[in-house]
Design a binder for this molecule. Structure first.
Ligand code: NDP
Length: 329
């Protein structure tokens, strides 16, 4: 590794956020006990918000964005890691308040890292990324509430996005019957290829929500929030379970208590950022087992560090299908 490394850097100049591809040295990295040679990263929705300054994601300036990375340990003062170990990082405020993964090099707390599970490599780990790992946390949340393939139809909203597309691939491998809600009906073949048995237009969930509507779904993984989630809640079967993780439509939730008190519907919140380490390790082990890597390849696009800034704008514009891997090494 040369003395300098390439990194995306976000700074604030005259109260305006700037983003550039720059050369940095290890002295520019933040405190941590493990330094990693990053081989792969990704662009998540949150990274798009940070890169475009559409939301105040970045809390320190200057900062390297990127809430995920995978790579190889270069230096370690942490007894759990040694040079050469393959590792993954998701969340913990990295790429928000601590410099992140959109660079050739990263320095973080070893406690934040997860060892690469057997049977997975860095490129596939980043094809999964925070979006896919959150999909698995959502599947686990449904299972914790007793949902099985026999429970009935599972709806996935934001289906053509990162969380949605990986969720469909996992659920179909586990034997669930999945309906995909999307605004991109031209992606029907793609979504059916991932394992969706039927497709609904997301406009069906964009009408003023009724307290209760016709029961349709045993479970739902929702990446959209807002009016969509309110309509989904009103359409849940008796005892149905919704795992809510996203806000692609908005942060509001214009619903009533009717689905909860009249149908016993359960709304389970899913957070990936501060999720405790044992559950993360469980999710990554499940991903290595329960996600078809051929389907993962089909939903993944590869880009270079030079393409990251443009891709950040594309993901916020809803133009990115599935997952994006940044090939860094
Ligand atoms: P993507 O941009 O890849 O996908 C979001 C999808 O949501 C889009 O592809 C689109 O699906 C749908 N969508 C976008 N805008 C609207 C709208 N106005 N109305 C209805 N649907 C819309 O993002 P990700 O999948 O990576 O992330 C999804 C959400 O989950 C984000 O809000 C993200 O912040 C959140 N998230 C939360 C995490 C957590 O820890 N809780 C972790 C990871 C993500 P389609 O084109 O199929 O209609």
């Amino acid at each position: 590794m040369s003395d300098t490394f390439r990194a995306i850097q976000i700074d604030k100049v005259d109260d305006k956020q700037t983003v550039n591809l720059v050369n940095l040295t290890d002295a520019d990295l933040m405190d941590g006990d493990v330094t990693v040679n990053v081989t792969h990263s990704t662009v998540n929705y949150k990274d798009g918000l940070a890169l475009t300054a559409k939301a105040p994601i970045i809390r320190k300036f200057p900062l390297i964005p990127g809430i995920d990375f995978a790579g190889t340990v270069a230096l370690s003062d942490n007894p759990a890691y040694k040079p050469g170990d393959a590792v993954i990082l998701n969340g913990w405020g990295v790429g928000e308040g601590h410099s992140g993964g959109l660079a050739e090099r990263a320095r973080v707390k070893g406690d934040w890292l997860v060892k690469m599970p057997a049977g997975m490599d860095a490129a596939h780990a980043m094809a999964i990324g925070t979006a896919g790992y959150t999909s698995m946390l959502c599947v686990m949340a449904l299972e914790d509430q007793g949902i099985t393939p026999e429970s009935g139809e599972v709806l996935v909203t934001g289906a053509a996005g990162g969380v949605g597309s990986v969720a469909i691939a996992i659920l179909s491998k586990l034997g669930y019957s999945v309906t995909a809600s999307t605004g991109r009906t031209e992606e029907e073949d793609f979504l059916k290829g991932l394992g969706a048995s039927s497709i609904v237009n997301r406009e069906e969930f964009n009408t003023p929500p009724k307290p209760l509507a016709k029961s349709r779904w045993a479970a739902c993984i929702d990446a959209v929030g807002s009016t969509t989630l309110a309509n989904v809640l009103s359409q849940m079967n008796y005892g149905g379970v919704v795992a809510a993780c996203g806000l692609a439509q908005g942060m509001d939730l214009p619903t009533s208590v009717a689905p909860f008190i009249l149908r016993g519907v359960k709304l389970i919140g899913v957070d990936s950022v501060m999720c405790p380490k044992p559950r993360r390790e469980q999710a990554w082990a499940r991903l290595a087992k329960d996600l078809d890597m051929v389907k993962l390849d089909a939903l993944t696009t590869h880009i270079k560090l030079d393409d990251v800034i443009a891709t950040g704008a594309d993901i916020i514009a809803g133009k990115v299908r599935g997952r994006v891997v940044v090939d860094i090494a």
